[in-house]
Write a protein that binds this ligand. Structure first.
Ligand SMILES: [Zn+2]
Length: 146
């Protein structure tokens, strides 16, 4: 079951990020990393913002991290969300990927219990068309029984 309601627009992989989405299809979270200076960057881009190298690799990261920031959307921003419960959007500071923060959803935590610094772990979410989105669940032991 998808976290967001059916009918939501889905990501459309382009020339810069298709390798990210192809890795997701294999249930691998890979972040683009400069082959020259090792700087991680996301969203993907053709040139390293630090050293301007065009060479990059796609580094597998463990899929754990912490909530860097978040918001809760109470109002529908798309017709498919009308009448649905509120949902969150989180920025996850990924472990093992420098200062990369991935925009995602934390799917198992009530809006009132969201907190900056909360430990999270990856959970693949299959959406319409079979695409896999990297979403997150709480990795905090005291919230596990909710
Ligand atoms: Zn670089």
């Amino acid at each position: 079951v998808s976290y967001l309601p059916s009918g939501m627009p889905v990501p459309e992989p382009g020339p810069e990020d298709h390798q990210f989405w192809e890795a997701c299809a294999r249930r691998e979270l890979r972040i683009q990393q400069c082959a020259a200076c090792s700087h991680f960057r996301h969203p993907p881009a053709p040139i390293c913002p630090v050293c301007r190298s065009f060479q990059s690799v796609w580094t597998l990261v463990p899929g754990t991290g912490s909530v860097f920031s978040y918001t809760v959307a109470w109002h529908p921003v798309h017709p498919s969300q009308r009448g649905k419960p509120p949902y969150n959007v989180v920025l996850v500071l990924l472990d093992g990927a420098g200062d990369v923060r991935l925009i995602s959803n934390l799917i198992d935590v009530h809006p009132e219990r969201l907190a900056i610094g909360m430990r999270v772990k990856l959970r693949w979410d299959e959406i319409e068309g079979g695409m896999l989105l990297p979403l997150f669940v709480s990795d905090e032991k005291d919230l596990a029984s909710d």
